[in-house]
Design a protein around this ligand. Structure first.
Ligand code: FAD
Length: 404
């Protein structure tokens, strides 16, 4: 442990991404002398929502990354390490470097795990030979290379059956690709397929209706309940698993390029800890969906992609979760009853082409709860500008500072 760091903190925050920094900043705005440390291994902080536009060639990848040091709040300590083990029965975490840190209160916000290895043949082949994904900083720019170099043939976009961060991201890049092909006069040579492990294009009916029209407009072919299980990179073949008459069958597709969204779960360090929902395959952090407090460890809270709350896993959700968590944690610290409740708000800015976006906003019941006084189910240029220009600014300047 570095000399200026302690072995006990009043509030310990695991993860300094969107959720962790938002919570730290908001807590310190409530009371600036709280004794807070953030455990975060990365020097860099990423604005992941813009990776969709990076893949579409409409955003510079270098504008999606900044130094983590600039966003650790002034009064918080930064433990530059990662949690290797949660030991909540002893109010303790063990760091990868071997040190133990104890806490009065713990906030868990270490994001989601991308399970690339669940797809046979994928590892080592991402980012080359027409295999791409916007889910990685290093690979997202290659998506645009694939789109630009496409001359016709089959373009495949996949979506796993697990929850993913930003449920709309696997299809947004498909619409950008289709629009790019249309603009360059090759849409009729493009055979675009969406292979999804899910059963519908989008869970909220109002927005699904618009998306189905978009799919028709671009001539996209959809295949639901199909999971990508293998890529044979040297043959440019993708293998999907589906069920027919109760039997598992495989479907083999050739591709010119394939955009892969990997299966996702809670990070192993949560999944294998007492903090996970018992006996659950996803291993999510077991929190109450209203208060965001752990269901069994009353001094543990959770926010963001790693929790069991059944909302859309987005930064937009974190924006509504953070004030709830902060209020409930602060009331707990000061011996009061918790009184804030999260309603499951999630938002998905569904990019449907260049300069076209449907701003989906909805709650736990998949009921739309819209911000603007117009029909957000329609594709709009203004909402595309919101995603491209306003939201990134809001993220770096307000959300991470705890003022929005
Ligand atoms: P993250 O921001 O991922 O932060 C987790 C942090 O924990 C990281 O800094 C990591 O280094 C750290 N960490 C990991 N393991 C450990 C450990 N063991 N110990 C300590 N620290 C650890 N959201 C939207 O709202 N709108 C969008 O349009 C949108 N589009 C997206 C498009 C793409 C392609 C992607 C990938 C994401 C998109 N998102 C979008 C989702 C959004 O980025 C995430 O929901 C959000 O970043 C989640 O925040 P988080 O704090 O839970 O996790």
């Amino acid at each position: 442990m570095k000399a200026n760091l302690k072995s006990h903190y009043q509030v310990l925050i695991a993860g300094g991404g969107n959720g962790g920094i938002s919570v730290a900043a908001q807590l310190l705005r409530k009371q600036s002398n709280l004794d807070i440390a953030i455990i975060e291994p990365s020097d860099k902080h990423y604005y992941q929502p813009a990776w969709t536009l990076v893949g579409g060639g409409d955003f510079d990848i270098n504008d999606t990354v900044r130094n983590e040091a600039d966003f650790i709040p002034k009064n918080a300590a930064w433990i530059k390490d990662k949690v290797a083990q949660f030991v909540p029965d002893e109010n303790k975490v063990i760091l990868a470097g071997g040190d133990a840190v104890t806490y009065d209160w713990l906030v868990v916000s270490i994001g989601i795990q991308l399970n690339w290895s669940a797809i046979k043949g994928l590892e080592g082949n991402l980012g080359k030979n027409g295999i791409t994904s916007n889910y990685l900083f290093n690979v997202a720019p290659y998506t645009f290379e694939c789109i630009k170099n496409f001359k016709g043939g089959k373009a495949i976009f996949t979506n796993p059956s697990t929850p993913v961060k930003c449920g709309g991201a696997p299809q947004k890049i498909m619409y950008l690709a289709a629009d790019y092909f249309r603009k360059h006069g090759i849409l009729d040579k493009a055979d675009i397929h969406f292979y999804s492990g899910g059963g519908v294009i989008f869970g909220v009916k109002k927005y699904a209706e618009t998306l189905n029209k978009v799919i028709q407009r671009y001539g996209i072919k959809t295949h639901f309940k199909h999971n990508l299980v293998e890529i044979r990179a040297d043959e440019k073949k993708a293998i999907f698993e589906t069920e027919q008459d109760g039997q598992k069958v495989q479907v083999v597709e050739n591709y010119e390029f394939i955009h892969v969204t990997p299966p996702q779960s809670a990070p192993d360090v949560i999944r294998t800890s007492p903090l996970a929902v018992p006996d659950s395959p996803g291993g999510w952090l077991d929190v109450d969906k209203g208060t965001l407090r752990h269901n069994r460890y009353k001094n543990v809270f959770g926010i963001g992609d790693n929790t069991s709350t059944p909302n859309a896993k987005t930064g937009a959700a974190i924006r509504k979760q953070a004030p709830v968590l902060v209020e409930n944690l602060y009331r707990s610290i000061t011996g009061q009853q918790m009184d804030a409740m999260y309603n499951g708000y999630g938002s998905c800015p569904l990019v449907t082409g260049y300069g076209k976006l449907v701003l989906a906003e909805f709650d736990y019941n998949n009921e739309p709860i819209e911000t603007f006084p117009f029909d957000q189910g329609e594709e709009r240029w203004t909402m595309y500008q919101l995603k491209k220009r306003v939201l990134p600014w809001l993220y770096w300047n307000k959300i991470l500072k705890g003022t929005a």
